[in-house]
Design a binder for this molecule. Structure first.
Ligand SMILES: Cc1ncc(COP(=O)(O)OP(=O)(O)O)c(N)n1
Ligand SMILES: Cc1nc(C(=O)O)sc1CCOP(=O)(O)O
Ligand SMILES: [Mg+2]
Length: 208
């Protein structure tokens, strides 16, 4: 059985009247290691309100709550961590803002060099992607599963696989050594609903 775990990313748009209950049902359906709140092109108040609505749902279930892009709002809002990309707040500054006990993850696209730099700097995980076509964003790179196997042999720092991951295509990434599968559309757009998707991802992971 694999040690790989699910890393949920919120949908691009969320309605705070309904999404907290949907998220709760997804988290109650199976193992999820963390949830990343990812809202692009919205004001700080929208992000703050989303943190306030979702953080108790996530942390109340012993799941880590991570904010995308914004270490300042993550620290102020009581998040467990932040995810930063190569064009976001640099890792060292994010770490300084978040503190040494927080989770700080870094996007590394398909770059072994970027991942080694992030790992040596102290990142809690490195993220590789995109592994598959995705409509959630226009990814900068296409990664191959071999990069996960290479990383596992080289480094102790956990690696996250992201980009177009679904119940149907995820097994190859689990087999290649992903510590986490970061998934948005593969859960929220699943034809049987988000809870069924979480259950199905866990079944594939357990069988890999
Ligand atoms: C787990 C995880 N991996 C990669 C990303 C992408 O981050 P970034 O390249 O900064 O792009 P945006 O998500 O900010 O559009 C991520 N968010 N999470
Ligand atoms: C946010 C993000 N970052 C990516 C990268 O390659 O760095 S791919 C991606 C989209 C993730 O959503 P979905 O699971 O719907 O494809
Ligand atoms: Mg970013």
């Amino acid at each position: 059985m694999s040690d790989c775990r699910l890393y949920l990313i919120t949908p691009p748009k969320i309605d705070l009247a309904t999404f907290p209950a949907l998220l709760a049902s997804a988290l109650d359906a199976g193992d999820v290691a963390c949830v990343q709140l990812r809202l692009k092109d919205v004001g700080d108040d929208v992000i703050r309100r989303a943190i306030d609505a979702l953080r108790p749902v996530v942390q109340g279930r012993e799941v880590a709550f991570i904010l995308n892009d914004r270490p300042d709002l993550a620290a102020a809002g009581g998040c467990d961590g932040v995810h930063v990309g190569q064009d976001d707040t640099p890792y060292a500054q994010a770490r300084k803002i978040m503190g040494r006990d927080a989770i700080v993850g870094v996007t590394c696209h398909d770059s072994r060099h970027l991942a080694m730099v992030a790992g040596e700097d102290g990142a809690d995980y490195v993220a590789f992607g995109a592994f598959f076509d995705t409509t959630t964003k226009d990814p900068k790179a296409r990664a191959e599963p071999e990069i996960l196997s290479w990383w596992q042999e080289m480094m102790e720092v956990p690696c996250v696989a992201i980009g177009g991951i679904t119940v149907e295509n995820c097994a190859v990434l689990v087999d290649a050594g992903a510590d986490f599968l970061a998934v948005s559309g593969g859960v929220w757009n699943h034809p049987d609903g988000a809870a069924a998707a979480v259950k199905a991802f866990n079944k594939v992971i357990a069988g890999a």
